[in-house]
Design a protein around this ligand. Sequence first.
Ligand SMILES: Nc1nc2c(ncn2[C@@H]2O[C@H](COP(=O)(O)OP(=O)(O)OP(=O)(O)O)[C@@H](O)[C@H]2O)c(=O)[nH]1
Ligand SMILES: [Zn+2]
Length: 186
Amino acid sequence: MFQLHAFVVPETGKEHVMLTLGDLDNGEPVLARVHSECLTGDGLFSQRCDCGAQLETALEMIAAEGRGALLYLRQEGRGIGLLNKIRAYNLQDQGADTVEANEQLGFPADLRRYDLCKPMLDHFGIERLRLMTNNPRKVDALRELGIDVTERIPLQVNRNRYNEGYLRTKAIKLGHLFKGYLVEEE
Ligand SMILES: Nc1nc2c(ncn2[C@@H]2O[C@H](COP(=O)(O)OP(=O)(O)OP(=O)(O)O)[C@@H](O)[C@H]2O)c(=O)[nH]1
Ligand SMILES: [Zn+2]
């Protein structure tokens, strides 16, 4: 049984969520997922990304350990918002990849920030994480905030014919670490 905690950032009014399970402030590194909002994948079962399956698997892994945390950050579409992500999907349907589509809309490839993770984790006395992610830039961003990421745990799920190109672009252009793509697992 997870506990849900809601946070609000006063400057933006954005509401974020943290799901927790077990005793988190005993000093042992916490199995954690820092997940960015994806309404289409997380809520509407879209198969063109890996978000929904990653969310489900992360929660299953935390449940299996009986201890962990999931930070659900409301930065849809790598920070460009839902409408712009749908515009980006349209451009991708016309041949652009996920990075080119962002650029054609006038955005950088990834606008996300992870600053708010620090006060959310501090609230529970969590200092060290075993982070479930394929994204080394996420690990770096958390470390720069002073969060001790003791381990990166791969979260490679839901590769299918609809998201093959998307996952490949993430490996080649965004540095994600996937087995079986250009960039091998370290
Ligand atoms: N702009 C844009 N955002 C996308 C696209 N596909 C998924 N997203 C968003 O990307 C975010 C998820 O990012 P990912 O790169 O899949 O994953 P990550 O969180 O950086 O890395 P992992 O921890 O390995 O999952 C969510 O906010 C999605 O809404 C896309 O084609 N364009
Ligand atoms: Zn997604």
